[in-house]
Design a protein around this ligand. Structure first.
Ligand code: UDP
Length: 575
């Protein structure tokens, strides 16, 4: 049985109250009467068995042993796949990938075909990203003798549909809209989220090119071109447009930037065309119809004395790559084009979570050269192990079909065109009980608003380390709970105050340095929010955008504290 006689879910994995609440309300299977049919541990077993099924196609009878190995790492929360896999594996909803990129051509047929596919994917909890750059500009002619309403009107249409589906779903399908900086409607796009609560299902990114950013830096002009006709519509100073982008991002946290040339320099299969969009949180640039199956290793689970147990970590990375490659085989996609695209490149995204917890445990302040160096070296090794695992699979199962046309062709065959990606791990890090992705601690004490309720969080590692230093007291806990941070805590040793540094205390330059260090060793992209204090000015925002471009990251998301009313995490008072 999955529930206690009183009704609440049985915790067979030692989870936090918020993880239990999220799992029981959104993830665990229920029977027709609405009663829970599984415990969290049984959910992990269901996922392990369903995914290991793929193994039998390569070696009959192999699934049993792999189901056990998968279940062991999932139950230990050393590795977790993205939410749709946890929710849907072994059920009739076969969508297991976290995210898709879908094409939008300049026709009503394409717009509504893709809207339909979007609806089917959101129903299963997957996210979708689109480039709206091909749509003709607002005000131009349509074949019916009418006037085109432009990309932003269609983003609104997609948003409305997504909101309706979200009401019936267990998880919010999220969207990303990219608009190329050369599109004549770019200024309307920049302002599309400036009203409070506008386009709640969308993240917006401006697709910027090196030529635009150079023009902005050098004070040259920038051309807006109608994609339907290729004609020049207007010229304006690049610097003015760049300032508008920064101004909007400063005010509302939107839009972010997608560095299109950086992304395309790393395109693993250029033959599929130029990459124009990413999934909702930006960590996976994809071609039209492609999807990404994500999974993350929980670094905090591999802490061992003054470092990590890298022998075990390498094993779990290897098993994680195999798990994700298996997920590709057991996934069912609602539209044939999605299945074909997934099969052609077999892109997966193995990433990490728990970086902040790991760094704090190792006594490395996030905003220090030592931390950036450590994470960079670690990510290089993880990437090497992950690529080696994909090569082993290629030897066993054959390379991905487009391998001869990929940039991997000069090296040994790969099973997957893309192997690594750093997801935000918004929910799976909650389930794993660690810090999200490569983000620093948001705060040491904070309130998380989820499922319509408030859950208080107090960083357990800090409590443990303070105790070990003999520095713990109820007064200290009250002090930290009130401020959210430990940097001014006279009662704590300096080393702890430094290594438990929080997002808003970290200079944006360190956020960017960490993102760039991880990006260098990641095939796809890195989900990361550059947090700015509420007091940061617009000039800082412009500077952050410039630095991000120069640092070679593929995209950037900024968030200035308190700029959105629906903020999920909130510090107590002052942090
Ligand atoms: N995603 C989504 N809806 C959400 C959160 C995430 O569609 O509410 C998608 C989105 O494409 C995102 C990806 O899932 O980029 C991975 O997000 P995250 O790692 O936070 O998901 P988790 O697996 O932790 O739920």
């Amino acid at each position: 049985t999955a529930v206690r006689p009183g009704g609440d879910v049985i915790d067979d994995l030692g989870l936090s109250p918020v993880a239990l609440a999220v799992l029981s309300e959104r993830y665990l299977l229920r029977d027709d009467s609405g009663s829970l049919r599984e415990t969290p541990g049984q959910m992990m077993d269901r996922v392990a068995v369903a995914v290991a099924h793929a193994e039998d196609d390569y070696r009959p009878g192999a699934s049993h042993g792999y189901a056990e190995r998968f279940a062991t790492v999932l139950r230990a929360r050393e590795f977790l796949p993205n939410s749709p896999t946890l929710m849907n594996a072994g059920t009739s909803l076969g969508v297991l990938s976290g995210c898709y990129v879908l094409p939008i051509e300049d026709s009503l047929e394409s717009i509504f075909d893709t809207l339909r596919t979007t609806a089917l994917l959101h129903r299963a909890g997957a996210g979708t990203g689109f480039s709206f750059s091909r749509l003709r500009r607002r005000g131009s002619a349509t074949s019916g003798g009418g006037v085109a309403s432009g990309p932003v009107s269609f983003i609104e249409l997609y948003d409305a549909a997504s909101q309706v589906i979200r009401l019936g779903g267990r998880r919010r399908g999220a969207n990303m809209a990219v608009l190329d900086v050369h599109h004549p409607d770019i200024e309307e796009f920049l302002r599309a989220k400036s009203d409070t609560g506008a386009l709640p299902t969308f993240n917006l990114s401006v697709g910027v090119t090196d030529d635009f950013l150079h023009a902005a830096a050098q004070g040259r002009s920038h051309r807006l071109i109608d994609p339907a006709t290729g004609r020049l519509v207007r010229e304006l100073p690049a610097r003015e447009l760049f300032a508008q982008i920064a101004e909007n991002a400063w005010r509302t946290g939107e839009p972010g930037l997608l560095f299109l040339d950086t992304v395309n320099r790393a395109n693993p299969v250029p033959e599929l065309g130029r990459l124009q969009a990413t999934n909702p949180c930006g960590e996976v640039p994809l071609s039209a119809f492609e999807s990404c199956t994500l999974g993350s290793v929980n670094l905090a689970r591999f802490l061992d004395g003054d470092g990590l147990d890298e022998v075990r970590l390498a094993e779990v990375v290897r098993l994680g790559v195999r798990f994700l490659d298996d997920v590709l085989d057991v996934s069912v996609h609602p539209v044939p084009a999605l299945a074909e695209a997934a099969r052609a490149t077999r892109k997966i995204g193995l990433g990490v979570m728990g970086v902040a917890e790991m760094l704090a445990a190792l006594g490395l302040p996030y905003d220090s050269p030592a931390a950036v160096r450590y994470v960079s070296g670690l990510m290089a090794r993880i990437s090497r192990w992950a690529h080696a695992a994909s090569r082993e699979l290629a030897a066993e199962r054959g390379p991905f079909p487009l391998y001869p046309h990929s940039r991997w062709v000069t090296s040994a065959p790969m099973r997957n065109a893309q192997v690594t990606s750093i997801a935000p791990t918004g929910t799976i890090s909650l389930i794993a009980g660690t810090s999200a992705g490569i983000e620093p601690f948001y705060a040491i004490a904070y309130t998380r608003h989820v499922l319509g309720r408030d859950f208080d969080h107090f960083e357990p590692l800090l409590r443990e380390r303070a105790r070990a230093h003999g520095a713990w007291s109820p007064t200290l806990e009250a002090e930290i709970s009130a401020s959210g941070t430990v940097s001014d805590c006279a009662g704590l040793p300096e080393s702890l105050r430094r290594s438990f540094v929080t997002a808003h205390e970290i200079d944006p330059r360190w956020h960017i340095r960490m993102q760039a260090a991880v990006q260098r060793h990641t095939d796809a992209a890195v989900a990361k929010t550059i947090n700015l204090p509420a007091t940061a000015d617009v000039a800082t925002m412009r500077e952050v955008f410039r630095q991000a471009w120069q640092a070679g990251v593929k995209g950037i998301t900024v968030y200035r504290d308190d700029t959105r009313p629906e903020q999920v995490l909130r510090c107590p008072e002052s942090c």
